[in-house]
Design a protein around this ligand. Structure first.
Ligand SMILES: Nc1ncnc2c1ncn2[C@@H]1O[C@H](COP(=O)(O)OP(=O)(O)O)[C@@H](O)[C@H]1O
Ligand SMILES: [Mg+2]
Length: 392
């Protein structure tokens, strides 16, 4: 574990970049440092691998003072990724990734094999290995940066705004990839960003910093959204934090109604029985076809194209209450359609039912910092957020 104890950094010109910062960075989880530009995020990150030395305070790695550890050993145990990847322009992609293994004396062949393996891991086609950085897109270069940092299999990964320079679509891909890699590898990652949405998406723990190098709040993302420590954090989180917080509540507790669900070959009796304002018609395989009012349906004469669209269903249990609510809001009937992993209808839920589930979830505070859906993996199971994340 990395532990910062009242760490201050005062630069030569008197600027206090970080002010008495204390943080416990959990093992095998992603800790995000987030805050406006100039609040001391980069300085904090660089003190962890001693590119910057603290003016006061102590940083401990597995209980040992960093000051007692040789810088070269320390740096090798910590991969470092920066914005725009910082690749060596005159080296091929394969050689860029193989840099640290080569330095540690792995030999050319073994280093290149390792590099090829890492390209696959970060989602890069092996044919790109012979290219030079300028022959890759920004997003691809960023993946190379991640692969290079992982090459010597360091337990710690320090990432300074690694995805900030790429467009939103590519950025989302890189974030998903990082979560997937983390699921497999379970590194201790310290990730710096100025983007609160990125922090909430990636972080197991999030440290919100404010100008002057002060720590405003250190909490799991669900807790930041539900209980911001002060007006600064609340303002920094931005609009809709209530709705966004729902992505941390699984839809498991949501009561689904099966009465209003009828098959396309339903009998006249089955069509009148439910007494619901709308019926969801499914095919013989239980896949949704669309909505209709009961009086518009004639047994034996139901055609899919005469039905109202069913919108985007949510996966019951796996998706979050936010996803369920979104489905209800977008549904022409106000009812959300729940399906299983195979896309078969398991029931429907009204906005009122979803509202009840939301109130119940808030009442019990059952998230425990969890976000439904995405597994954080066994590796993170002993971290502070021993939880599953929910697909928002
Ligand atoms: N080498 C330096 N000398 C003097 N001041 C610095 C130096 N590096 C950063 N700073 C100042 O320290 C503060 C924090 O910087 P930084 O850690 O880079 O913030 P962030 O990464 O959050 O944008 C800023 O006011 C910045 O201008
Ligand atoms: Mg910075």
């Amino acid at each position: 574990m990395i532990r910062m104890e009242s760490v201050t950094k005062r630069y030569a010109d008197g600027t206090v970049a970080v002010d008495r910062l204390s943080l416990e960075i959990p093992d095998r989880a992603i800790t995000v440092l987030v805050g406006p530009s100039g609040c001391g995020k980069t300085t904090t990150l660089r003190m962890i691998n001693r590119m910057v030395e603290p003016s006061e305070g102590t940083i401990l790695l597995d209980g040992e003072d960093l000051q007692q550890q040789p810088v070269t050993t320390l740096r090798r145990s910590m991969g470092y990724v920066i914005q725009n990847a910082g690749l060596f322009q005159h080296r091929t992609i394969l050689d860029n990734i193989a840099t640290v293994p080569r330095m540690t004396g792995w030999g050319k062949q073994k280093s290149r094999e390792r590099a090829a393996e890492l390209m696959e891991r970060v989602g890069l086609d092996s044919s790109l290995g012979k290219r030079y950085p300028y022959q890759l897109s920004g997003g691809q270069q960023q993946r190379v940066g991640v692969a290079r940092a992982l090459a010597a299999d360091p337990p710690v990964l320090l990432m300074d705004e690694p995805f900030s320079a790429v467009d939103p679509v590519v950025r989302k891909g890189l974030q998903d990839e990082l979560l997937r890699i983390q699921d497999e590898l379970g590194k201790t990652i310290v990730f710096v960003t100025h983007d609160i949405d990125e922090a909430i998406k990636l972080g197991t723990m999030v440290a919100v910093m404010r100008t002057g190098g002060h720590l405003a709040q250190f909490a799991p993302p669900a807790e930041l959204l539900s209980d911001p420590a002060d007006a600064f954090v609340e303002d920094f989180l931005g609009a809709d934090r209530g709705i966004r917080g729902l992505s941390f509540f699984p839809s498991t507790g949501l009561e689904l109604a099966t009465g209003p669900v009828v098959r396309v070959d339903a009998t006249a009796e089955q069509l009148t029985a439910p007494g619901a304002p709308y019926l969801l018609v499914t095919d013989a395989d239980d896949r949704p076809l669309g909505w209709a009012e009961p009086r518009e349906l004639r047994a034996g004469e139901i055609t899919a194209d005469a039905l109202l669209p069913y919108g985007r269903p949510f996966v019951a249990g796996t998706d979050s209450l936010r996803a369920a609510l979104d489905c209800a809001v977008l549904s022409p009937t106000g009812w959300a359609v729940a399906v299983d992993a195979e896309g078969r209808v398991t029931g429907v839920a009204s906005q009122a039912t979803i509202g009840e589930a939301i109130r119940a979830a808030h009442g019990t505070g059952s998230t425990g910092g969890a976000r439904a859906g995405e597994r954080t993996g066994d590796a993170a199971a002993d971290g502070p957020a021993d939880v599953t994340k929910v697909a928002p």
